[in-house]
Design a binder for this molecule. Structure first.
Ligand SMILES: NC(=O)c1ccc[n+]([C@@H]2O[C@H](COP(=O)([O-])OP(=O)(O)OC[C@H]3O[C@@H](n4cnc5c(N)ncnc54)[C@H](OP(=O)(O)O)[C@@H]3O)[C@@H](O)[C@H]2O)c1
Length: 229
C-alpha cells in the first residue's frame, strides 16, 4: 500500500485529503499542531498522527525524524493567513503590511515546504511525489491584484521552492508539483467559496495518480489544468 504524508491534516482540505487517501487504501501519516485536540482527524483513524508546527523548525525536525516508512506521496498542505496571525486584512497590503509578520507567513506557508521535503529525502524513492498546496495568489499575475502582501509573497515563495526542488530532485525520479486547490469552502476559504473540500481533494489526488514525472515542476489547478506562473 502506498504511504502518504499530509501536513495540516486536522481540518479543511488536509482533513479531506487524509479521508480520501485512507478510503483508497493508503497508509496515512498525518501531521497537525495539536494531536490531542484533533478529534475529526482521530475519527478517520489514520495510521499515525504526529505533532507538527510548520512554523517551528524544531517541530519540523521531530516530525520528519519520526517518519520511518518509505514515502510515496508527501502533501505540504499546512498553511495560514494574516488574520490567523492577528492582522486585519485591511492592514495587509504592500503599503502597510508589517515586515515581521510578513516574514512569519513566508516561513509558515513557503519555506516550511522546503524544510519538510528535504528532511524526508531519505524516505523517498524513484516515483515518489511531493505536492505543495499553494494558491493562485502566489502567481505574479493574480497576486498583483491581491491586496495582501504576506499571503501572496508566502505562496510565491512556495512556488519557487516547488520549481527549485523539482530541478534538484528530477534525476532521482521524485516529482514536485504546486497545486492551486481552487477556492474551497473551509475556514480559510469561507462558506461562499466555489468548491467543496471533496472536489478539491479528489481533483488533486486523481491528477497525481496519472502524473508524468516529465511534468515535475508544474503549477496546476486542482482539476489538473495548468496554472500560469
Ligand atoms: N481554502 C481555499 O480557498 C484555499 C485557496 C488557496 C490555497 N489554499 C491553501 O490550502 C491549504 C489548506 O487550506 P484550508 O483551506 O484547508 O485552510 P484551513 O481550513 O484554515 O486549514 C489550514 C490547516 O493548516 C494548519 N496550519 C496552520 N498553521 C499551521 C502551522 N504553523 N503548522 C502546522 N499546521 C498549520 C491548520 O491547523 P490548525 O487547526 O492547528 O490551525 C489546518 O489544519 C493552505 O495551504 C491554504 O493556503 C486554500
Amino acid at each position: 500500500m502506498p504511504t502518504t504524508v499530509v501536513t495540516g491534516a486536522n481540518r479543511g482540505i488536509g482533513l479531506e485529503l487524509v479521508s480520501q487517501c485512507l478510503e483508497r487504501g493508503d497508509t496515512v501519516i498525518a501531521g497537525c499542531r495539536s494531536p490531542d485536540d484533533a478529534h475529526d482527524l482521530k475519527g478517520l483513524a489514520p495510521n499515525e498522527i504526529l505533532e507538527l508546527d510548520v512554523g517551528d523548525e524544531t517541530s519540523i525536525n521531530s516530525f520528519t525524524h519520526a517518519i520511518e516508512e518509505p514515502i510515496d506521496l508527501l502533501i505540504n498542505n499546512a498553511g495560514t493567513s494574516v488574520s490567523n496571525l492577528g492582522l486585519d486584512r485591511e492592514q495587509a497590503g504592500v503599503l502597510n503590511a508589517p515586515i515581521d509578520l510578513t516574514l512569519d507567513l513566508i516561513r509558515i506557508n513557503g519555506l516550511s515546504a522546503a524544510a519538510v521535503t528535504r528532511n524526508l529525502l531519505q524516505r523517498f524513492q524513484p516515483g515518489s511525489q511531493v505536492v505543495n498546496v499553494t494558491s493562485q495568489i502566489g502567481s505574479m499575475v493574480i497576486g498583483a491584484n491581491f491586496d495582501d502582501l504576506p499571503y501572496a509573497a508566502s505562496k510565491a515563495v512556495m512556488n519557487m521552492v516547488t520549481v527549485q526542488l523539482a530541478t534538484q530532485l528530477k534525476d532521482q525520479g521524485i516529482s514536485v508539483v504546486a497545486f492551486h486547490p481552487g477556492w474551497v469552502r473551509t475556514d480559510m476559504g469561507g462558506s461562499g467559496a466555489d468548491l467543496s473540500v471533496e472536489e478539491s481533494a479528489q481533483g488533486i489526488l486523481a491528477t497525481m495518480q496519472t502524473f508524468e514525472h516529465a511534468d515535475s515542476g508544474s503549477f496546476l489547478r486542482w482539476d489538473g489544468s495548468v496554472h500560469p506562473w
